[in-house]
Design a protein around this ligand. Structure first.
Ligand code: NAD
Length: 269
C-alpha cells in the first residue's frame, strides 16, 4: 500500500525488523526550522558563499568576517525551534536495541528535540576552540560581545568548533559513525545532498554491509539509485508519518511476542 509520500507497508515492516538502526541527517532536516542549507537558494550571506567563509584560509585571512557570519548564524539558530522531523527522530531512540543518530549539522537542534545518542560529525556551532592550545569549550554567549572572540586564558584567537571545508572530521566522531554505518541493519538518511564526503559515503557503507537504506529528501540525490528507496518530500512531513507508523509496528511486535514463561518479550515482525 502506498501513501502520499511513498511510504509503503513493506518499507515500514523492513525498517521495523531492524535491531540496529542509524539515522543520518544533513542540513535539510533543519530547513523547515528556518536554518538555511548551504546549497539552497537561501545559502548566501551578504554576497559571500558559505564555501568562501567556512574554510581555515578564510579565517586566517579575515577572522572578523568569518566570526560575524557565525555570530549571525548563531543568532538565527537560537531563535528557531526543532521541527517535527527532529522530534520524530528523537522518539525513535527507544524503539531499537541499538540506535545511533549521526548528524552533519552543527546547529544543536537534535539535542534540543531530545536526541541523546548522537554523533556530531561536523562539530557544534555552540562550541569554540582555542587556536593556541586547541582546548575546546562551550561558547554560549549570544550575540557575541567581542568579535573575533579571544581565549580568556591565553588571549589567542578562538575559532568555531566546526569542521570547515577541506578539514578532516574529528577521528572519534568519524570512527563512531563508520562503526554505526557498518554494523546497522537499517539506515534512514534525511536531508543530505550526499555531496560532502567522506560523510556522505556512510549510506553506501551501510548498504554495502547489507543494511536496508532509505532516504527522505525534497529531491533525488546522487545516492538515490544506489539505495533501497527514496521518499520525496519535506522532512518535517515525511519523517513524522514514517516514524509514527514505524513505532506502531515495533510496538505491535513487542505486544504479540510471548516469551516461553508467558512474559512478553521483545520481538520484531
Ligand atoms: P547538504 O549537502 O546536506 O544539502 C542539503 C540537502 O537537504 C539537499 O539535498 C536538499 O535537497 C535537502 N533538503 C532541503 N530542504 C529539505 C527539506 N525540507 N526536507 C528534506 N530535505 C531537504 O547540506 P549543505 O546545506 O550543502 O551543507 C553542507 C554542510 O554544511 C553540512 O553537512 C553541515 O555540516 C553544514 N551545514 C550545517 C547546517 C546546520 O547545522 N543546520 C546548515 C548548513 C550547513
Amino acid at each position: 500500500m502506498r501513501s502520499e509520500s511513498g511510504i509503503t507497508e513493506e518499507l515500514v515492516l523492513r525498517l521495523g525488523r531492524a535491531r540496529n538502526m542509524v539515522v543520518f541527517t544533513g542540513s535539510g532536516v533543519s530547513r523547515e526550522s528556518g536554518v538555511p542549507t548551504f546549497r539552497g537558494e537561501d545559502g548566501l550571506w551578504q554576497e559571500h558563499r558559505p564555501e568562501e567563509l567556512a574554510t581555515l584560509e578564510a579565517f586566517e585571512r579575515n577572522p572578523e568576517v568569518v566570526w560575524r557570519w557565525y555570530d549571525y548564524r548563531r543568532r538565527l539558530i537560537a531563535e528557531v525551534r526543532p521541527n517535527p522531523a527532529h522530534e520524530a527522530i528523537a522518539r525513535l531512540e527507544g524503539a531499537f536495541d541499538v540506535f545511533t543518530l549521526v548528524t552533519q549539522n552543527v546547529d544543536g537542534l537534535h539535542a534540543r528535540a531530545g536526541s541523546t545518542r548522537t554523533v556530531e560529525l561536523h562539530g557544534n556551532i555552540w562550541r569554540a576552540r582555542c587556536m593556541g592550545d586547541q582546548d575546546v569549550f562551550d561558547l554560549l554567549e549570544n550575540p557575541l560581545s567581542e568579535i573575533p572572540p579571544r581565549c580568556k586564558r591565553c588571549g589567542s584567537l578562538l575559532r568555531p568548533d566546526v569542521v570547515w571545508f577541506g578539514e578532516p572530521m574529528p577521528p572519534e566522531a568519524y570512527d563512531a559513525s563508520y562503526e554505526a554505518a557498518s554494523s546497522c541493519d537499517a539506515m534512514l538518511v534525511v536531508g543530505t545532498s550526499a555531496l560532502v564526503r567522506p560523510a556522505a559515503s556512510l549510506p553506501l557503507v551501510a548498504k554495502h554491509n547489507g543494511a536496508f537504506v532509505i532516504e527522505v529528501n525534497i529531491t533525488y540525490t546522487p545516492i538515490s539509485v544506489l539505495i533501497d528507496a527514496s521518499l520525496i518530500g519535506k522532512a518535517g512531513e515525511v519523517v513524522p508519518e514514517l516514524v509514527e507508523r514505524l513505532l506502531r509496528v515495533v510496538g505491535e511486535a513487542r505486544e504479540s511476542a510471548p516469551s516461553p514463561g508467558g512474559v512478553k518479550e521483545h520481538a520484531r515482525p
